[in-house]
Design a protein around this ligand. Structure first.
Ligand code: ADP
Ligand code: MG
Ligand code: MG
Length: 876
């Protein structure tokens, strides 16, 4: 039997999300549980994939199937497309598997043409409504299907309002709207060169194609990359008969959450707008009323809606985000989905649902997106300074967090300023999907218009980004890049602070303080820790970072880079002396100066980690990174070493490398200058002995990691230096302290010969940054230049430095683990690249059987949660 590409709502259910998309599956589910849903059908995501396979065409078979379902829908509704009475009007809505808010546009009132409108106007006795529908349809269709651009239509509306001396869309009369519809069509014709289509079936095919096409628009591609949504999924299309919220004052449209998406509070939260349709409520054109007021104006519909909310929460066991319309007092449900929420709300809701007996602890752990946690760990405004700083404005607390930065007025500016390292606050009249990248780059977003469910608010909450919205007090002058608030004019580049938890706006910069894990956060992390198998360590080079990571739950240090210690201003002369030495004696003398400094660094870190394992990596970068470049510094060094400036310059020139990343670095340094490895070993072991003596209750087992090994003999050579040095010191101290010597696996050859290398190593730590770089053969510092072209051409969907390439690099990791364990069953395995804090990569490391992941301190909670989720998923 050939594939089925179209499903009536009554034929689907919530489990068919892959095929029907989230929206379609939930419309089907709501239909099944008997909620009032305008009927329709869903064209599957496979039809979308097929459309692309067929060279962006809907093939004849699928077209015929769609036509068949139109007939079915006509039968169900008793209305016909293009018929004069009663005509079938439909919405065409996109819906991917995962919700992609604002990514793809919806077309409403499809099926209208001049003849149909005339009849509709007469029959309904409501010509204003009929013409309002028509002009909206032309506007949306032109924008979405033909890409004529909304701007022109909005200008025409503004001109009409001005001509009539009114400020609100709803004040325009039927005749005004009829005239506008005429102007819109003329605009369409002048841009497209053809008349606006009148045949509803032609309109429908055009609209369906547009939805498929929008799957590939740049905004959608960026959103997918940020949210781990594969391109191959495709989007479904929903064709649904219309419910009208714009027929008069006993009509309206609303959006609501069963719980507060900003705080998690268990209370209906949302907005409602009378005599309106579709996106009016979120577009910020008119200010909607809070949902609670709806109970006064529409008591029956509201009571019914409250019941629906309860049914949906009980059904989905999660907070719901719903869209609905009231037509002549009657409620219609248009959408439900698990609502997006702030990280704080996510934690509160998860805990509340557990306490309410709706879900168990495992489900609570599984329902939180680990990627959002880090915003909770980021700084809040310093309360003391905050109290003293005058508030210059206040608006909706749309998405919590503290943001402080320089004012910019466009998404592009936000991006370019942020790229050069400036912190910015993006101030906009309102935001649109085009602004996403700018919003991402900004510390926070402030908008003049828009409610709690406006685009800015929804997207910011999704990103975990601070947002204050709907500050009507701002007098905006976008053209001249300035605005006025509280009598002060702010220009581009002026400092501004906004608090997305309170909605307050402050003049100037307010310092921030660190957050901590407690309350619901701590509760969920506690549950997560029960389920995970992977240990989570941190990458930390200083006692401060180490202590920070401990607070976030790190169970050790997986990577402590020693070169950072060498860069210190008071140490750099010694390291330069070491580099410019001619003899081993000179070098050892210079190293002797460094040794106590390193030792005390290590002691600090051991103290901060309170006896937990600490992996210290020996010197890794090429030596030329340490030598002076300034003339004055060179002269100083020459004097210091009793050499001529020319001699020093010759040494520096001799260190020059064409490709330092693949040059004289890592264990190659220790092979040429074993005295460096000996010094670092002494510092590590002595520090551990001292700390052990101070804290007999801890069991110190220092871990020494040799970087950039590609050949087992390299490791064997350096290891011998380490072991001889360490054993002598330990013996002299009369101690029996154990220590480990391992290596980083970051060169493909090391992975390929892991069975050999494992014989010499107590542990492997996958340095997936370098391993990715060397496996792909492109530099992580330069890849940014061309990766965009690769995304555009769909060669790569993600940055392999952010998300592990499981197919290639992952294969090396998996292979090295298996081969290594085969020759050394005791081998301890971890990862210390950036990927250690990326949830999808963590899941891979769990499956591969590593013992731990190590990531930067702020990502430790993310890794803990991701590791728990991987383990929970594994059980199933
Ligand atoms: P998005 O995914 O961007 O939310 P939707 O497909 O949900 O887009 O459509 C946006 C809005 O259009 C809905 O919230 C609803 O107000 C309106 N809408 C969609 N379909 C219908 C319909 N059949 N009847 C009335 N309004 C509709
Ligand atoms: Mg919607
Ligand atoms: Mg490396």
């Amino acid at each position: 039997m050939s594939k089925k590409y179209v499903y009536l709502f009554s034929e689907g259910n919530a489990n068919m999300r892959e095929l029907l998309g989230g929206k379609g599956a939930n419309l089907a589910e709501m239909t099944n549980i008997g909620l009032p849903v305008p009927q329709g059908f869903t064209i599957t995501t496979e039809a979308c994939t097929q459309y692309y396979e067929d060279g962006q065409k809907i093939n004849d078979g699928i077209q015929a199937e769609i036509m068949e379902y139109i007939t079915k829908l006509e039968g169900i509704t008793g209305k016909q497309f293009g018929d004069l009475e009663p005509p079938l009007l439909a919405s065409v809505r996109s819906g991917a598997r995962a919700s992609m808010p604002g990514m793809m546009d919806t077309i409403l009132n499809l099926g209208l043409n001049e003849d149909v409108v005339d009849v509709l106007a007469k029959k309904s006795g409501n010509p204003r409504w009929a013409w309002d529908c028509y002009r909206r349809f032309i506007q949306m269709y032109s924008d979405v299907v033909m890409e004529v651009g909304k701007k022109y239509f909005e200008q025409l509306i503004d001109q009409m309002k001005e001509a009539r001396g009114v400020t609100q869309d709803v004040e325009l009369t039927a005749d005004d709207l009829k005239e506008l519809a005429g102007q819109f069509k003329a605009e369409y014709k002048s841009k497209i060169g053809q008349d606006f289509p009148t045949d509803p079936k032609e309109q429908l095919m055009g609209a369906i194609k547009a939805v498929f096409r929008s799957w590939d628009n740049p905004r959608a591609n960026v959103y997918r990359r940020d949210n781990d949504i594969p391109y191959s999924w495709g989007t479904a299309v929903n064709v649904q008969s219309m419910a009208f919220g714009n027929m008069g004052d006993d009509c309206g449209t609303g959006v609501a959450f069963t719980r507060n998406p900003a705080t998690g509070e268990k209370k209906l939260f949302g907005e409602f707008l009378t005599n309106a349709q579709g996106e009016d409520v979120v577009a910020g054109i008119r200010t909607p009323m809070p949902i609670s007021e709806m109970s006064e104006k529409f008591p029956e519909a509201f009571a019914q809606f409250e019941k629906v909310c309860k049914i949906l929460e009980d059904h989905y066991h999660d907070m719901q985000d719903m869209e609905f319309t009231v037509e002549n007092g009657k409620l219609y449900m248009l959408q439900t989905r698990n609502g997006k929420r702030t990280p704080a709300a996510a934690l509160k809701i998860a805990c509340d649902l557990v306490d309410e007996g709706m879900i168990d602890e495992k489900q609570a752990v599984a329902m939180i997106d680990p990627r959002t946690l880090d915003t909770l760990l980021h700084p809040q405004f310093d309360g003391e300074v905050l109290k003293k700083t005058p508030v210059i404005g206040s608006a909706l607390a749309a998405s919590p967090g503290a943001a402080c930065g320089k004012v910019v007025f466009s998404a592009e500016d936000a991006k370019t300023w942020a790229e050069r390292g400036e912190k910015v606050v993006l101030v906009r009249l309102e935001t649109s999907p085009e602004d996403i990248e700018g919003m991402k780059a900004a510390q926070g977003i402030l908008t003049v218009r828009g409610g709690m469910t406006s685009h800015a608010a929804v997207v910011a909450r999704g990103m975990g980004k601070c947002c204050v919205s709907g500050c009507g007090a701002i007098k905006m002058d976008e053209e001249n890049k300035q605005f006025e608030l509280s009598g002060k004019t702010f220009h581009e580049g002026d400092w501004l602070s906004i608090d997305g938890s309170t909605g307050k706006i402050y003049d100037g910069a307010i310092p921030t303080v660190d957050a901590s894990i407690g309350g619901e956060f701590g509760r969920v992390m506690g549950w997560a820790d029960q389920y995970r198998r992977l240990k989570v360590r941190t990458n930390a080079d200083t006692p401060h970072d180490a202590a920070q990571a401990r607070k976030f739950g790190a169970e050790g240090i997986g990577l402590c880079r020693t070169e950072h210690m060498f860069f210190d201003a008071d140490r750099i002369p010694a390291i330069r002396r070491m580099i410019c030495s001619d003899t081993v004696e000179q070098r050892e003398a210079a190293l002797a100066v460094l040794e106590p400094m390193q030792q005390s660094d290590f002691e600090g870190i051991y103290e901060a980690m309170e006896g937990l394992p600490v992996t210290i990596r020996f010197l890794d970068p090429p030596l030329h990174e340490f030598v002076p470049t300034e003339e004055a510094d060179i002269e100083l060094l020459a004097k210091d070493m009793g050499k001529s400036v020319a001699e020093i310059k010759a040494i520096i020139a001799g260190l020059h490398e064409f490709n330092p990343m693949m040059g004289h670095r890592g264990c190659r340094l220790a092979v040429t200058y074993p005295e460096i490895a000996a010094m670092q070993t002494r510092a590590v072991i002595k520090a551990a002995l001292n700390v052990q003596a101070k804290h007999p209750e801890w069991t110190m087992v220092p871990e020494i990691m040799i970087p950039l090994v590609g050949e087992v003999k390299e490791l064997a050579y350096v290891k011998k230096v380490v072991v001889e040095t360490a054993d002598a010191i330990i013996k002299e101290a009369g101690s029996n302290m154990k220590y480990l010597v391992g290596t980083m696996i970051e060169i493909p050859r090391a992975a390929l010969t892991a069975d050999e290398i494992a014989k010499q190593a107590d542990f492997f730590s996958f340095g997936t940054n370098d391993l990715t770089q060397m496996t792909f053969g492109f530099s992580r510092d330069d890849a940014g230049k061309f990766l965009d072209a690769y995304y555009d051409k769909k060669i790569y969907e993600n940055d392999p430095f952010a998300k592990l390439d499981q197919t290639g690099v992952g294969k090396l990791v998996d292979m090295a683990c298996k081969m290594g364990r085969a020759t050394n069953p005791e081998l301890h395995l971890g990862v210390c690249g950036e990927h250690g804090g990326d949830p999808s990569s963590v899941e891979f490391f769990h499956r591969t059987g590593l013992d731990y992941v190590s990531c930067s301190p702020f990502r430790v909670p993310i890794a803990r949660l991701a590791a728990a989720q991987a383990a929970i998923k594994d059980e199933k």
